[in-house]
Design a binder for this molecule. Structure first.
Ligand code: XMP
Length: 450
């Protein structure tokens, strides 16, 4: 298949990613590059068309950013969106220049809404002006990626830190399909995962995909290190450091590898926009192990948006419950147990959280809520059970809706669903006698309690 590429040149502003999503929804592959990208690089990628996207800031600038003028001599169509019309050489006969005041595209939540005029204009540009065939889809992308990974890696060795999250899982399966047992995945189970999660990850990767998986059951190590620690930041730091240590110890046993896998996705690369060139720094557990001996990082998902990663996961045959798994913080339940962490508290929280998830799924709400989980507060209160006085923990339930996790609203879960969850938790989980529902948005609260 000929690779058809539309190149989006980002002149600043916030539209580049949104336009890129829309272009891909028309089954045309595109990439976002900063406007100052080297001309030779642009030429070598042989795009079928350019889209220039600009932002508010360059409208009145006396010295607006400009790309290499040789681009205009390539005889490749250019579409300008936003305030970028003055960026396009007006003598260029094939440029289609849009009036920015028409508001052809607007941002709504995390998706782009094009007015029908805007959408038609983009569609015509892609199919009629640039003559794209619209043949790009996830199936062909996955196939192509596997082929390219096979060629690139050859007979070499690859190491992957598998967290069980969507990105690392999709990356691992894709690489495993390309090179089989040359890939080793290390899955550090820190004992702060949700109920059954460790076993589920192991089962999927070893039984369904026959991946070379090393599961390290490091519960005790983590619990020992965390014993008596109450400060949230200390807990995070300990979990993060210990994670790297365990990973390194295992990696050392394997010896030198050629590649280390990272589940970086496209927004991580372009989120920070033109100018900064920064890669978003994740506060994930693990980060990059400094002392693992490898030659190069490999990032098989670096061209995909989050929903495309999920599509790729389904294409690869990864079960839906993993592909649509909600975000789970690297330090896991460690930031959902307020105060010190003990194995007993972990067990209580796992059970309560399990019931919560079960009831939310039964009520058919699981796909509508961005993130929901139980928190074990450090608060004990008086209650009665079987005519006896109890003095037990309070569990808090949290459920939020958000498009970017920077701000969030609490979800109005129906009372009867909340009532059933509460009843089950206090009846089925020992040492819990009270359940509360958190009705705070972010800000002022954060999504996690710690
Ligand atoms: P907050 O609590 O900051 O959470 O509103 C925003 C999102 O980030 C997740 N989160 C984390 N993810 N390591 C992670 O990998 C962390 O230490 C961490 N802390 C919060 C949180 O679950 C939510 O989705």
């Amino acid at each position: 298949m000929e690779k058809e590429l539309i190149m989006i040149l980002d002149f600043g502003g916030q539209y580049a990613q949104l336009i890129a999503r829309l272009v891909r929804q028309f089954n045309v592959y595109c990439e976002v590059l900063p406007y100052y990208t080297d001309f030779e690089k642009i030429k070598n990628l042989s795009p079928k068309g350019f889209i220039f996207t600009g932002g508010d800031s360059d409208a009145n600038e006396t010295d607006p950013p400009t790309c290499d003028p040789k681009i205009y001599e390539l005889d490749i169509p250019i579409l300008g969106i936003g305030y970028s019309n003055h960026l396009i050489n007006e003598a260029n006969p094939i440029a289609i220049i849009e009036d920015p005041k028409k508001n052809l595209f607007t941002k709504h939540d995390s998706s782009i809404e094009g007015t029908s005029e805007g959408v038609n204009c983009l569609k015509d540009f892609l199919y009629k002006t640039c003559k794209c065939s619209g043949s790009w889809n996830m199936e062909s992308f996955v196939e192509m990626s596997i082929r390219q990974l096979k060629e690139k890696i050859g007979g070499q060795k690859v190491l992957c830190a598998l967290s069980g999250g969507v990105d690392s899982s999709v990356a691992a399966v894709m690489i495993s399909k390309a090179i089989g047992k040359q890939l080793t995945c290390i899955f550090v189970d820190h004992g702060l995962l949700r109920k059954n999660e460790g076993d589920e990850v192991e089962e999927i990767f070893t039984k369904q995909f026959d991946v070379n998986l090393i599961r390290v059951n490091a519960h005790e190590r983590f619990y020992n290190k965390l014993s008596g620690v109450t400060d949230p930041e200390r807990k995070r730091k300990i979990i993060g450091e210990e994670f790297i240590r365990v990973f390194e110890e295992e990696a050392k046993k394997i010896g030198r590898v050629d590649y280390l896998v990272q589940g970086t996705i496209y927004p991580d690369i372009i989120e920070s926009g033109v100018g900064s060139g920064l890669v978003k720094s994740h506060h994930n557990v693990g980060g990059l192990p400094d002392y693992v001996d490898f030659k190069e990082i490999i990032e098989p998902l670096r061209d995909l948006f989050k929903d495309e990663v999920r599509q790729a996961g389904l294409e690869l045959g990864i079960p839906e419950n993993l592909v649509f798994r909600q975000p789970f913080p690297g330090p896991g339940l460690g930031v959902r147990i307020i105060g010190d962490i003990t194995p007993d508290k972990v067990k209580i929280l796992q059970e309560a959280d399990y019931i919560y998830r079960d009831e939310i799924a039964k009520a058919g709400l699981d796909k509508d809520i961005s993130q929901y989980f139980a928190v074990l507060t450090n608060l004990k209160s008086v209650g009665v059970k079987n005519n006896e006085r109890t003095y037990d923990y309070t569990v808090a339930l949290r459920a939020v809706k958000t498009s970017d996790f920077m701000t969030a609203e609490y979800v109005e879960i129906p009372w009867d669903v909340l009532g059933e969850i509460s009843k089950r938790i206090v009846n089925e989980v020992d040492h819990v006698n009270r359940v509360c529902y958190d009705i705070t948005g972010k800000p002022p609260a954060t999504i996690e309690w710690e």
